[in-house]
Design a binder for this molecule. Structure first.
Ligand SMILES: Nc1nc2c(ncn2[C@@H]2O[C@H](COP(=O)(O)OP(=O)(O)O)[C@@H](O)[C@H]2O)c(=O)[nH]1
Ligand SMILES: [Mg+2]
Length: 402
């Protein structure tokens, strides 16, 4: 049996090393946290995760033990339960119980057990290990979630959540557990449905966001779908006058789809432009890309959208960005009062798991998802279930099971 040991800064990296060197079916024999040393062993070095794995053996895997083993954790509690005195700092209430014999040893034990349970919950919440080994099924699930780009802490939280929920006989079925997690993720994702048009009522929708995320292309997709597939009267307005090419890009789409288009370069022109589209079903407003850091430009954007009396403002974000950038963009664009989040370039994102913590905060509901450059096909109304399955890699962007 050939056994290899890998060390890395995080579990994520260590697992990636195992997969790269030994392939996806390698068995994890042991994982632990080790302290390295520097200066010929004189100084303590950084903490590392060590994974021992083999490609030629298949045994149940284990998770790293980051905190004292269960016995060490419970030993003083058990001692207290039996002798009534050995716990170093029991609460005053518990000490009284034991000393004055007001409760039976069994009662004290049950209280201690609930304390232990609380302690365990706290450990989990703080992102530390439970100290108990997970069965192989759960470990595989954990590795799968990390593969889908969830952080180690988040992956661990989901595994713990599903472990509590799942019946014991399902614990060895990662696929089933993953489907359960997908349902939980789905319930945490907020969606708001498509732009809804009603006859005789004009709707104004604007797309805002950073540069190059796909605002103009998405406007073209929406316009083409509402015009050609739903036979609605659609007008386009662009305020992206910073680049001549940007105006021409939208004009080209307007000509192909055969739609009227207006160019607005100042807030005061906006109201008039909107009025000129009287009797239309939908006005789509394309805006210039703004750096999330440019507060002044974002305030200008808000002024212009106020003039348009936009019913909905979709903040367009490329799904290629990481969670940190996504959070920053949402924060900075708050000034422009977005009503929905529109995620583009799903086809380019290597994984979507990294976005989960921000998306599940539900600060802005998702309206549409785009997954390619083709106008008008590569767009769909955001569906929480499908997105959850894509995040967990149960379904790929094209919508087929993976
Ligand atoms: N792969 C991919 N590319 C896209 C998608 N949406 C837009 N793009 C491309 O992204 C680039 C920038 O798009 P554009 O609409 O000009 O972005 P804007 O600056 O936000 O208006 C263009 O090359 C588009 O074809 C998408 O969903 N997937
Ligand atoms: Mg544009």
């Amino acid at each position: 049996m050939e056994v290899h040991t890998f060390r890395a800064d995080t579990m994520h990296e260590a697992l990636a090393l195992v997969r790269r060197e030994l392939g996806p079916d390698a068995a994890i024999l042991r994982t632990r946290e080790v302290r390295t040393s520097r200066w010929f062993g004189l100084l303590p070095g950084p903490r590392k995760i060590e994974v021992t794995a083999s490609a030629s053996v298949n045994v149940p895997s284990r998770l790293p033990s980051l905190e004292p083993p269960r016995d060490a954790l419970t030993a003083p509690l058990v001692a207290f339960g039996e002798a009534g005195l050995n716990l170093e700092s029991p609460s005053a209430e518990t000490r009284n119980l034991a000393l004055h014999g007001e409760a039976s040893v069994r009662e004290v034990r049950s209280r201690l057990e609930s304390m232990e349970h609380m302690l365990h919950e706290l450990c989990c919440r703080n992102g530390t290990q439970s100290g108990r080994d997970w069965p192989e099924g759960l470990f595989r699930l954990y590795a799968d979630l990390i593969d889908a780009d969830l952080s180690e802490e988040e992956a661990r939280n989901w595994v713990e959540r599903v472990r509590v929920d799942a019946a014991c006989d399902h614990i060895e079925e990662p696929a089933l557990l993953k489907t359960r997690i997908a349902r939980m993720v789905e319930s945490e994702l907020a969606v708001c449905g498509p732009i809804r048009l009603s006859r005789g009522q004009r709707r104004v929708a604007a797309l805002i966001g950073p540069t190059g995320v796909g605002k103009t292309t998405t406007i073209a997709k929406l316009a083409a779908n509402f015009r050609l597939r739903e036979n609605r009267r659609v007008g386009l307005i662009t305020v992206d006058t910073y680049r001549i090419a940007a105006v021409e890009q939208l004009r080209t789409y307007a000509e192909i789809i055969d739609l009227p288009m207006q160019v607005v370069s100042a807030p005061r022109e906006m109201r008039e432009a909107v009025q000129r589209f009287a009797g239309f079903d939908l006005i789509l407003i394309d805006t210039a890309g703004r750096s999330p850091k440019d507060e002044i430009k974002i305030r200008e954007l808000r002024a212009i959208l106020n003039e348009a009396r936009a019913d909905e403002v979709h903040l367009v974000i490329s799904s290629v960005v990481g969670a940190k950038a996504l959070r920053q963009i949402i924060d900075h664009f708050q000034t422009a009062s977005p009503t929905a989040l529109l995620l583009t370039k799903l086809d380019e994102a290597p994984s979507l798991g990294g976005l989960l913590p921000v998306l599940s905060e539900g600060r802005l509901p998702l309206s549409y998802l785009t997954n390619g450059q083709n106008v008008p096909d590569d767009i769909e109304v955001a569906d929480a279930g499908k997105l959850a399955r894509m995040i967990l890699r149960l379904e790929n962007v094209a919508g087929t099971a993976s």
